[in-house]
Design a protein around this ligand. Structure first.
Ligand SMILES: *Cc1c(COP(=O)(O)O)cnc(C)c1O
Length: 361
């Protein structure tokens, strides 16, 4: 077998090796069917089993009950930036957005095309280096919903707990930390995630929506944009991204086999601690870019003493098999994305490299 690299890319990102090997085994002929999952009807019996399993396994992982529909849509998290306001803004036509980074900004931008957006809180003046406190949020009790981004992929911050929104429905973009830990689904009215960071390949977006919200979806919406149509048709209104759903389903099974999301969370805490400890113990050579209490477990962002050293760091790391470490251009520096599938051994190897690099530079 060819050797795999340490893939620290922010997305599309690393997938579990076990999942890749299983997909490889079944790629040519899925479980004796004589065809690949890519080649079979989305309305056939085999794919029906695959998507039903994915739905059931996701429900098991997060404890999602029958009050919610699970949709597997296309268009990425970006399409959800539009679908959320188009479906959920009415009838009050105003929504609260908590703006904690570039993705949240983009979500708010699309919502403004639909109705009134109240920026309930923003940490832009701190270059998004922290998460706003509950007391800073100016929430409107009449808002149709509150939107927040649970993990800020670019800036390396993460909400530890959900914003408290009273009776106003909570909507979450969880694209870069979905399934990194167990959450209390009862707090959420809608949660969405593009798959390509933590749960599968690009092209499939998971939307979990509380069924009582579906009444808001107006018949005047374009068909694909309408949550109620997708829910009524159990994702099968049109051809869904079958192969992406299949791979996400394998990832759900991988998580269940591991022991579920509490076990995954334990591993994520452990992995992130190894890396942050090296940053904090480096006498200021490596500097985290965010408030310590808001640090992401998924995207670890840090700087070196200067940009020349950062460039050298990325180059030498790449030669040693660590890929995807260059930070987003709006933050600079280094970003190590250590999603669910990234192994602890890889984090340890990275920290060894960091210690060595510091010694030599
Ligand atoms: C990557 C990302 C997006 C954009 O996802 P697409 O699937 O490319 O549309 C949105 N939100 C967050 C938090 C992300 O990390």
């Amino acid at each position: 077998m060819e050797k795999r690299i340490y893939n620290l890319s922010a997305g599309p990102a690393i997938l579990p090796e076990e999942v890749l090997l299983e997909a490889q085994k079944d790629l040519y002929s899925y479980k004796g069917s004589g065809m690949s999952v890519m080649e079979m009807s989305h309305r056939g019996k085999i794919f029906d089993g695959i998507i039903k399993d994915a739905d059931a396994d996701l429900r098991k992982l997060l404890g999602i009950n029958e009050d919610y529909s699970i949709l597997f849509l296309q268009g990425g998290a970006t399409l959800q930036f539009s679908m959320v306001p188009l479906n959920l803004m009415p009838p009050n036509n105003k929504a609260d957005y908590i703006v904690t980074g570039a993705w949240a900004e983009k979500a708010a931008k699309e919502a403004k095309r639909v109705g009134a957006v109240n920026v309930a809180a923003t940490t832009k003046s701190d270059n998004y280096a922290r998460i706003p406190k509950q007391a800073e949020m100016k929430l409107d009790p009449e808002a149709s919903y509150v939107h927040f981004t649970s993990n800020n992929t670019i800036f390396g911050t993460q909400f530890r707990t959900e914003p408290e929104t009273g009776n106003v429905p909570l909507v979450c973009d969880a694209s870069s930390d979905f399934l990194h830990k167990k959450i209390d689904m009862n707090k959420y009215s809608l949660i969405y995630a593009g798959a390509q960071k933590n749960i599968g390949p690009s092209g499939v977006t998971v939307v979990v929506i509380k069924k009582d919200l579906l009444a808001r979806s107006s018949d005047s919406l374009h068909t694909y944009m309408n949550y109620k149509i997708h829910a009524d048709n159990e994702t099968m209104y049109n051809t869904p991204t079958t192969f992406g759903i299949y791979i996400a389903g394998l990832v759900f099974k991988w998580l269940l086999n591991m022991g579920g999301l509490d076990e995954m969370y334990k591993r994520n805490l452990d992995k992130a601690k190894v890396l942050y400890d090296v940053i904090d113990g480096s006498d200021g050579y490596y500097k985290g870019t965010t408030a310590v209490e808001d640090r992401s477990l998924m995207n670890v962002t840090y700087r070196l003493p200067n940009e020349q050293l950062e460039e050298k760091f990325v180059k030498e790391a790449s030669a040693k098999g660590f890929s995807g470490l260059k930070g987003h251009r709006s933050v600079g520096g280094i970003r190590a994305s250590i999603y669910n599938a990234f192994p602890k051994a890889g984090v340890e190897a990275l920290t060894e490299f960091m210690s060595e690099f510091k010694k030599n530079n």
